[in-house]
Write a protein that binds this ligand. Structure first.
Ligand SMILES: CC(C)(COP(=O)(O)OP(=O)(O)OC[C@H]1O[C@@H](n2cnc3c(N)ncnc32)[C@H](O)[C@@H]1OP(=O)(O)O)[C@@H](O)C(=O)NCCC(=O)NCCS
Length: 169
């Protein structure tokens, strides 16, 4: 049985292990530890047989030149599932649960820098269609957005900036 829960302090060590194992480097595990100190973040774990096997994190992004207080947009990153538990729907459960919680908390949209073929299944689409650009030099098609509801991002346009902690990844 797979359970998705809000991350608790007792999960921190296991979450680090999940990120290390999934990305095969320390960058994302370190990023999560630094982002935990940022306000208004969301972190969820996937539990199988009392073990943490997957993890997802959301942190606030801003749009250059816009008042961040009223933006209510989150960036999804990172997402990780231990390799022996991949291809069983756990990543999808983390994404769907996380999005539901973020939108229920009043967030208007979530952006992600990732594989379109993976994230399109959750409704993400090219952020450039909404006039949103990633601050990093990446192809348009890998910077995606999902609105809480149609039109949630009306009149919101510009360059999306991730928290400064992302610069170290
Ligand atoms: C990406 C990841 C979280 C998916 O977790 P998962 O539990 O295997 O995902 P699910 O079982 O819900 O979905 C599996 C589907 O995702 C697809 N998928 C997995 N990784 C993918 C990738 N990098 N690009 C595109 N599709 C991918 C699989 O092909 C499979 O597709 P199908 O449903 O059409 O067969 C996991 O592969 C992982 O931890 N990868 C290493 C870390 C990473 O790249 N994270 C994402 C970037 S932040």
């Amino acid at each position: 049985m797979i359970e998705i829960q809000a991350e608790q302090n007792k999960d921190f060590k296991a979450v680090r292990q999940v990120n290390l194992a999934a990305f095969k480097r320390e960058n994302e595990a370190n990023l999560v530890e630094r982002l935990r100190l940022v306000h208004n973040t969301f972190s969820f774990v996937a539990i199988v047989a009392k073990q943490v096997v997957g993890h997802i994190f959301f942190s606030p992004v801003t749009i250059e030149g816009t008042d961040p207080e009223h933006l209510l947009i989150l960036g999804l990153a990172p997402l990780a599932v231990k390799s022996e538990y991949q291809q069983q729907g756990i990543g999808s459960m983390l994404v769907r649960h996380g999005l539901k919680e973020c939108f229920q908390s009043g967030y208007r949209a979530v952006v992600v820098l990732g594989e379109p073929s993976y994230y399109q299944r959750f409704g993400f689409f090219c952020a450039s269609e909404k006039g949103l650009k990633c601050e990093y030099h990446v192809p348009d098609e890998v910077f995606l957005v999902l609105e809480s509801e149609n039109g949630a991002l009306q009149n919101v346009k510009g360059t999306v900036k991730y928290h400064s902690e992302f610069k170290n990844v």
